[in-house]
Design a protein around this ligand. Structure first.
Ligand SMILES: *Cc1c(COP(=O)(O)O)cnc(C)c1O
Length: 424
């Protein structure tokens, strides 16, 4: 039996001693979560404004999701795909109709979802577009974040993510984000098979592109017979005030295909909130003419499509509509940005607030090399709110979408108070 942790320092010491130092966490040790709140081992309560990088959109330990998890865990957890199981089929029917695609390929983590989409894209290029073997190229954006596998970091331009992890996987070309003419130039080059993009760049600091960027990018891809691949691992599943960010500014509960703001990707990658944070579940969705390139034995994962993850994902998606989280994210996102805008105008310390729905960031008026964002996150923690800097001068604010308006105002008060302490 593991030792019982009663003080934060004990847990921090153990992680430092026995864990690889591949993260630099804020000094807080959490032991309980419920909805928008988490508690540390000393019993102090915090608002969670990171939501596990938008994996717990439905709130911590959502009772319905946990019920499904525990019930399914008692029945059957894993069979591998060597056999059929009685949850995967119903899940596949459910999620394809939920998002409007013919087929799903189920995986576990986000990076695996991205890898899956890249492999399908390449195979499609050779078998449907007759691109010469090993010549397919995929366009990505500068400052992208798509995960941590060797191939995915091959097209990162973050030195920390890349340096000394080569040799890199070839076959990728980079264009600036939110630049349609650069994309069009790249699309005109030979053997281009796909364009992989985040509809909002989350890790880069919540960069929201121009309104028409996504729909125009998809149109250009179609014109050049290139697959438009949307990585909605962070932006999807109600986070930005629509079901997916590719829905545009539409918060309907209907099938998005009926809305003229909707841009249907050729492939959609989901993860994170697909399980509400209860279990790693990711997915690639596509229509038959694309997904059909994958035949038995050509791709897979021992845990992908397991009955536990499949059951959890269905409930996690049901909660989104049952609790009107799309509408809540949209409404409270406006409230949040309005209050932050006032704060930005009242202090030299902050330069701007940006975002969509409840995926927002505040940019601090200091250099990206400064520690101001980190220091401010430590102060926010002391005042009862957890957020994490992305780069030295940006703080992302992304609470669980179950937050109420009163709670959100309470949080804005905490942020205001903390910033004012800093301005003195
Ligand atoms: C988090 C994230 C990933 C990677 O997901 P993991 O589950 O950490 O592998 C990929 N793309 C985007 C946009 C993400 O935010």
């Amino acid at each position: 039996m593991a030792e019982i942790i009663t003080r934060s320092e004990e847990a921090i010491d153990l992680e430092n001693m026995y864990g690889a130092h591949n993260y630099h966490p804020l000094p807080v040790v959490l032991s309980k979560g419920d909805g928008v709140f988490v508690w540390d081992v000393e019993g102090k309560k915090y608002y969670d404004f990171l939501s596990a990088y938008s994996a717990v959109n439905q709130g911590h330990c959502h009772p319905k999701i946990i019920d499904t998890l525990t019930e399914q865990a008692r029945k059957l957890t894993l069979t591998s795909r060597a056999f059929y199981n009685d949850v995967l089929g119903p899940y596949e029917k459910f999620i394809t109709s939920y998002f409007g695609f013919d087929k799903i390929l189920p995986m576990n983590t986000g990076a695996e979802g991205v890898e899956t989409a890249l492999k399908i894209c390449r195979k499609w290029a050779y078998e449907r577009r007759n691109i010469p073997e090993n010549e397919a190229r995929i366009i990505v954006c500068e400052n992208n974040f798509h995960g941590r596998t060797t191939t995915v970091i091959s097209f990162s331009n973050d030195p920390d993510a890349r340096k000394n992890f080569g040799p890199y996987t070839p076959g990728f070309m980079k264009v600036p984000y939110n630049d349609l003419s650069a994309l069009e130039e790249a699309l005109k080059q030979e053997n281009v098979a796909g364009f992989l993009v985040e509809p909002i760049q989350g890790e880069a600091g919540v960069f929201v592109p121009d309104d028409e960027y996504i729909s125009e990018a998809a149109r250009l891809c179609r014109k050049h017979d290139v697959l438009f691949i949307a990585d909605e691992i962070q932006t999807g599943i109600a986070r930005t005030g629509s079901l997916l960010r590719v829905c545009g500014d539409c918060s309907c509960e209907n099938k998005c295909e009926q809305q003229d703001t909707y841009t249907k990707p050729d492939m959609l990658i989901l993860g994170k909130a697909l399980s509400g944070g209860a279990y790693p579940v990711s997915a690639v969705l596509a229509d038959d003419e694309i997904m059909d390139v994958i035949k038995p034995g050509q791709h897979g994962s021992t845990f992908g499509g397991n009955p536990l993850g499949s059951a959890v994902a269905m409930t996690a998606l049901e909660v989104i509509y049952d609790e009107k989280l799309i509408q809540n994210a949209r409404q409270l996102g406006n409230v949040f940005r309005e209050r932050m805008q006032k704060l930005v105008e009242s202090t030299e310390l902050l330069s701007l607030v940006r975002g969509k729905g409840l995926l927002n960031a505040v940019v601090i008026n200091d250099s990206p090399e400064s520690t101001t964002a980190w220091d401010m996150c430590v102060a926010l923690k002391d005042n009862g709110l957890l957020a994490k800097p992305t780069h030295g001068n940006i703080i992302r604010f992304a609470p669980p979408l179950v937050i109420t308006e009163d709670q959100l105002h309470d949080c804005c008060d905490i942020i205001e108070k903390t910033v004012k302490e800093f301005s003195r």
